[in-house]
Write a protein that binds this ligand. Structure first.
Ligand code: DAH
Length: 345
């Protein structure tokens, strides 16, 4: 009687070892037969009580081996099946199929315009310099001939840091002119791109942060004609070969004489439209001959050297060029807005 049961155990062990299921269905049948809730091992465990005491231990071991053999075999079959599926998928792989496109980000419109400005001036020998955004009063105002009582110093416009050395967030990139002139001897021919800050109420037309590109050319005999020529070249490169410029007298503390520069409207070509507000001209920058006081403040001899400077707002140019009617769009990083510039230059 006991031997019969032992034989059954051995037969099942043999069956497990010999099993070669190869379809997923056959593997599942194997699992049901040997490991399912009604598996064939269960009744055998019930035979325990019919085994004479002296062989109980032997029977226990045999049954455990049987169960373990079933489990191991099932694990091995499962792993095999997975490998087979992978191999089948690999065999179906079409190596000649075109690849999935990789989503590339585009440049931000402010970067596009800034890079373009830098590129245009680089071609005529201007190098690029950058400096700090946290400035002191001297570099941002005093050295630039901006007297103590000038409205530009008003708390309304400038973000001051709460420290005892009177530092502030620069309100214009003109501070980098001062940094450059105090460290370098003429000839100086540089442009200074960067971010600036003003304590303004944020609206469609104004923001508390924006970007400027400043230009500076100091040498012997630099004239107003050189300034005009340089800006004329810039305007044509930036807005198209038909573009004309016009200079209107203006005032900046750090230049004398000073001018504001308009370009002929590149949208309507002078016909009149809502971008130029039917005037045919759009203002793009401020400029002038560097005030002798500024040269002197920075340790450059105004009797020997003259120079011109200009400064422009990058957002303003980007808004004109791409017809963006709200400056806040340039700072929100809304992907639906930015996506429109993916293929811009
Ligand atoms: N700093 C001026 C501003 O922020 C722009 C400017 C005007 C810069 C004339 C210059 C300049 O260098 O000559 O409005």
């Amino acid at each position: 009687m006991a031997q019969e049961i032992f034989d059954k155990v051995n037969n099942l062990l043999g069956e497990i070892q010999a099993a070669t299921p190869d379809t997923p269905e056959q593997v599942e049948q194997f699992r049901i037969r040997f490991l399912g809730t009604k598996n064939v091992l269960k009744p055998l465990f019930g035979e325990f009580r019919n085994i004479p005491n002296e062989r109980k231990k032997e029977f226990g071991t045999a049954m455990n081996n049987l169960k373990e053999a079933a489990e191991k075999k099932y694990e091995a079959l499962k792993a095999q099946a997975e490998q087979a599926t992978e191999a089948a998928e690999a065999a179906n792989l079409d190596l000649s199929a075109p690849g999935e496109p990789i989503a590339l980000g585009g440049r931000h419109p402010v970067s596009i315009v800034m890079n373009r400005i830098v590129e245009i001036f680089s071609r005529i020998g201007f190098n690029v310099a950058q400096d700090r955004e946290i400035e002191d009063d001297w570099h941002n105002f005093t050295a630039l001939n901006t007297p103590e009582d000038h409205p530009a110093r008003d708390m309304q416009d400038t973000y001051y840091l709460r420290d005892d050395v009177e530092r502030l967030l620069r309100t214009h990139t003109s501070s980098v002119q001062v940094r450059t002139m105090t460290h370098q001897k003429p000839p100086i021919r540089s442009i200074f791109p960067g971010r600036v800050y003003r304590n303004e109420t944020i609206s469609a037309r104004a923001h508390c942060q924006f970007h400027q590109v400043e230009g500076l050319y100091i040498d012997e005999n630099v004239s107003f004609a050189d300034l005009k020529q340089t800006l004329d070249y810039f305007a044509k490169e930036m807005f198209g070969a038909q573009t004309k410029i016009r200079l209107r007298p203006s005032f900046f503390p750090f230049t004398e004489p000073s001018a504001e520069v308009d370009v002929s409207c590149f949208i309507c070509g002078g016909e009149g439209c809502n971008v130029c507000k039917y005037t045919s001209w759009v203002e793009i920058l401020g400029c002038g001959m560097v005030d002798p006081n500024v040269l002197e403040n920075c340790g450059i001899d105004p009797d020997k050297y003259t120079g011109f400077a200009f400064g422009m707002g990058v957002e303003r140019i980007a808004m004109l060029k791409y017809r963006i009617n709200d400056i806040r769009l340039l700072f929100e990083n809304d992907i639906r807005f930015l996506k429109q510039f993916d293929s811009a230059f």
